[in-house]
Ligand binder design. Sequence first.
Ligand code: NDP
Length: 288
Amino acid sequence: MSRISVLGLGAMGTALAATLVRKGHSVTVWNRTQSRAKPLVSAGAMIAATPAEAVAASELTILCVVDYAAAGAVLAEAQDALRGRDLVNLTNGTPREAKDLADWAETKGAAYLDGGIMAIPPMIGDRGALILYSGSNALFERHKPSLDALAESRHLGEDPSLAALYDLALLSGMYGLFSGFLHAGALVASSGGKVTDFLPLLLPWITAMSGTLPDLANKVDSGLHDRSVVSNLAMQRVALENIARASREQGIAPDFIEPMLRLATRRIAEGHGSDDISGVIETIRRQT
Ligand code: NDP
């Protein structure tokens, strides 16, 4: 069993620390608001007075705070203790933030692994939880048994920015799904329908449409958006326009659908109305 320190005891940091304690590790915790550590101390964790004391207590430190500004503030207090230590940062942020923090950690003599948690706190330590990692492979291999106690662990490569990039890509898929669900629900509710009654229609429809993703992914990777097209973009643009118009008629905000309508309109104006909807990615890629 390893000595592991956890910095940051919000909902996620607490779940990480509690799981490590439960699985028999020797865990030291620190949080800006110290009172949040109490339940963990009762469960067997040790409490550190400062971030530096927590880092010094263990070969591996896991950091999980709200954002990179907070991560920077916590690590600034611990920088003198970082030399020769292993740091895993599970704070959500951008690829650039991850790369910058990895560079900073290197100047302090710490090995750095970045991570993206694809789970909510109650899932930590259970099947179904996934954590994406990128950065030092040596660190990953050294601590894989401990990291596996938290979730399935997947290392994406030595580039520390990859975990953040893939984390945000997966979240983009999730928020697309939630946006679609909320807009569909608003349309149904605008005529007095119940969203719970609508779900038996929506869920199989979304499942069926998910089945088109491998074909669209092939078109994206090959750049060949005009092959075996059964639902061309010009036709789909009419449907998007109809959703936007119907939303206004029903008195609900068209805000979810309008960005997709704009992108499709621009792609068609560039001469690609007979392509598949996959071609819209070329317009997205050129956005700055
Ligand atoms: P919480 O809001 O529950 O906790 C935030 C944590 O950040 C607390 O420990 C808080 O300390 C600390 N913090 C905030 N500002 C500072 C600061 N300036 N200096 C020091 N500490 C600070 O967030 P979560 O635990 O839910 O989220 C933590 C990370 O995990 C985020 O990056 C989030 O995106 C990620 N994550 C969360 C998921 C979730 O469902 N909860 C799912 C996947 C990832 P204090 O207690 O003192 O306020």
